[in-house]
Ligand binder design. Structure first.
Ligand SMILES: *Cc1c(COP(=O)(O)O)cnc(C)c1O
Length: 390
């Protein structure tokens, strides 16, 4: 019945894919840099927010990003193994036994307590190599870092350290996604207090950095000496309250293809749990992607997709590997493109829309897309899919 005209795809090719437009990421980097007028630390943790750690980092490096940031030491090591030479800060908390790994791979360390400073010094001394560190001050997130109001001894010890090179001092913003939150001004003031102590003791000021994407978008007082955008670099706004003050554009799209067509008769439920049934006979197509790929099950009977430039609802529960879409009286062919995130014939579904329908934030949607989905790169220095896997 509904077989398409034209060539069938290669049998081995999964029809589901993530396409990453590297030119968009470059555009976003340059737009952010022009907006803030200071160097940028491109945040590439969590597989570069699902866009692919190594290809994105390599492209950012080619675009002259001043610094890269990741969460865990393993992510930093993966960058070094891929030949990335740009300075890399690991932003997460450390364990003493990891310090040798940081030093061996030339990764910058987040020092978040006096105790951890001592551990870094000890390891650096025994290796006979200095460690490059950024001090983490807590100005209101209550995550890692020394409270700004008790950071003096910590700062003094870091300044006096023989085995630590004090490259930076930073803090993290809790509420910058919302331009109207008063929390950010308070955090800026607390951070300034901590930095003032460095000045007071006559030490050279290290790089001060504070702004995540929300800070970049909404709070010029947070820009300081460097900014640390993650999600905005990928062209996605952090929160529904965020304002698009910088012209950033989404770099990722997620698509699949129709793999099955059927008519479902009125009253016959679709998928596990029989949670949805059409009230009249309708046409239903099956799409071969599911929560096993990281496409959230919470989009069951809530999400939408694009087929032939039109928006249709996901019906019934999303399965591990497939879900169904109600196309009403319209027609669709096997192998027709289905867009889950991205653009088709002028219609757009943003990661922000998907997140809203799934009851979460766009971060979780993007980083959730896992390695079962092949990634394709366009633009830029376009590494091949094989290089991307490395
Ligand atoms: C993840 C992270 C960022 C980037 O946050 P976005 O909201 O994605 O811009 C910046 N700084 C730190 C410490 C982070 O953990």
């Amino acid at each position: 019945m509904h077989e398409p005209p034209g060539q069938p795809p290669t049998a081995s090719e999964r029809p589901t894919r993530i396409a990453v437009d590297l030119d968009r990421i470059a555009h976003n980097l340059h737009a952010i840099r022009a907006h803030v007028g200071v160097p940028v630390m491109g945040i590439v943790k969590a597989n570069a927010y699902g866009h692919g750690l190594v290809p994105v980092a390599r492209h950012l490096q080619a675009q002259g990003v001043e610094q890269l940031g990741v969460a865990f030491v393993e992510e930093g090591i993966a960058l070094r193994r891929a030949g990335i030479t740009t300075p890399v800060l690991v932003m997460g908390g450390i364990f003493g036994r990891q310090v040798a790994q940081f030093i061996a791979h030339d990764l910058e360390i987040t020092v978040s307590s006096l105790d951890k400073l001592r551990q870094v010094e000890g390891a650096a001394e025994s290796l006979g190599r200095k460690a490059v560190v950024h001090l983490k001050v807590d100005t209101g997130m209550e995550r890692i870092g020394v409270h700004s109001y008790s950071a003096r001894a910590f700062i003094e010890a870091a300044v006096a350290s023989r085995w630590c090179v004090l490259k930076g001092i930073y803090s993290h913003l809790a509420c910058a996604d919302d331009p109207d939150s008063p929390m950010t001004d308070q955090q800026v003031a607390r951070f300034a207090d901590a930095c003032a102590h460095i000045e007071r003791i006559g030490a050279p000021m290290p790089l001060r950095h504070l702004a995540n994407s929300g800070g970049v978008l909404h709070f010029p007082a947070t820009w300081l000496d460097m900014v640390r955008p993650g999600i905005a670099l990928y062209g996605v706004l952090p929160d529904p309250a965020s304002r698009a003050t910088v012209d950033v554009r989404p770099a990722l799209s997620l698509s699949s293809r129709v793999v099955y067509f059927k008519v479902v008769k009125a009253g016959n439920p679709v998928s596990y749990g029989a949670t949805w049934a059409p009230s009249a006979d309708t046409r239903v197509v099956t799409v071969p992607i599911g929560y096993g790929d990281g496409f959230p099950r919470s989009l069951s009977s809530r999400g939408e997709v694009l087929v032939r430039g039109r928006r249709y609802p996901i019906v019934g529960r999303i399965c591990m590997d497939q879900f169904m879409v109600d196309i009403g009286h319209d027609s669709a062919w096997n192998e027709d493109e289905v867009v889950l995130i991205g653009e088709q014939d002028g219609q757009v579904i943003g990661a922000e829309d998907v997140a809203r329908r799934a009851g979460t934030i766009p971060y979780e949607i993007l980083v959730g897309l896992n390695d079962r989905i092949p990634r394709e790169y366009r633009g830029g220095t376009a590494p091949t899919a094989d290089a991307a896997a490395g």
